[in-house]
Design a protein around this ligand. Sequence first.
Ligand code: GLY
Ligand code: MN
Ligand code: MN
Length: 458
Amino acid sequence: VNQSHSQENLPTDYLSKEFHKGRREAFRNLMPANSVAVIFSYPERVFSNDMNYKFHQNPDLYYLSGYKEPDAVLLIFKENQGTGETYNEVFFVRERDAKKEIWTGRRLGIEGTKSQLGFTAVYNGKDFKDFPINFKKFDKIIYEKIPTDLNANQSGFDLFGLLQSFKTKAGITTNDNTSLELFADITNSLREIKTPEEMELMRKTVKLSCIAHNEVMKAVGPDMSENEAEGIHTYIHKRYGAEGEGYNPIVGAGANGCILHYEENNSTKIDNQLLLMDVGSEYHGYSADVTRTIPANGKFTEEQKAIYQLVYDAQEAVFKICKEGTPLIDLNATAKEVLAKGLIKLGIITDPKDVKIYYPHSCSHFLGLDVHDKLTFKGPQSALKENMVITVEPGIYIPAGSKCDKKWWNIGVRIEDDIAIKKDSYENLSADSPRKWDEIEKLAAQKSTFNDMKFPKI
Ligand code: GLY
Ligand code: MN
Ligand code: MN
């Protein structure tokens, strides 16, 4: 190991190796008898010519191992394997390579995976092909959907090579749906309930995202571009140690705020419009998902305020039922009912069914390592449980040309908060960023450090 390449000054609050080991134990407990689970890293993807997108690990593999590099596969066995020195998990990881590490960064390798992540049976990826394992002796092989759009790189031992070896060894030609469902059932049921260690990271990722939202509320003005507003979010996320964002930020003014997953963020002037900002950080893998909608000039118009207050009321109504035992389907039903009544009252619709014209999405999803996190949805009996984390995000979007009075056009409002479920109530993890219209106006009137920053003209 080249000591000059050992890394210093790393964050100290990553998930512990004991956490990941505990998650593997919990996973194993849910596996059927005589089964093996096979979990691959995510593929690397091309950004441009010989540049890849920044690598993002498969959240399931990260959850079960803490490993953050590509070209790896983890095997978890229900029962101990081998004779003599037995094992119940084997990890094949990226081989260390002094030359490559100079170009593309450090690798944990076998020794690092053992010492830092706490595995004992660790091999290089190239050893998977000939590793003596008879997949056919298992009653069940549990795996995630195998991507079919990968190409081999020169090594032959990248993800493509690992997948080829797995398919050959296990005799798999097409994805087996019962295996995929079993994998999803197990990982979803684990990941939908956050452990105390995870909850700490959830609190942190959401809290720092709120700080970013608040700063942008202060900094933003009609002359700012959508992109610059996004940049302030990103700056603050990174300042607090986040890796980046958990999803592509949505920062849309006026008409752009009426596009649900608007990601261009390229309008050069926010102008005197509403600015919808759906931006959340990724902190040590965990995503926040927070939306605030603010008037760029600091004051809501009467129409903007009416729609904003309606969305706020819908959110409050959903908060009230956030506790263990509430059926998941009640969340959106509640939001929809409040929004429909309000839109009728404002004269925007007459038939409650038409609420879906202006509220086309749903109110909640789970949140965690994925922004749209894993959940086990088994119909009406699926209910909230303690230590789930969900979003509550009603919205109303009225693009120009809508069949209502013109005065409502180009108003798009979403308010999105992240909620941890408790036995009899909830904790709003995003309570640090104001939601009430008058509190937003008050905060927007404050000055931001970003207003004093001067840069050369080009
Ligand atoms: N940011 C995506 C969503 O709110 O679901
Ligand atoms: Mn969102
Ligand atoms: Mn969301």
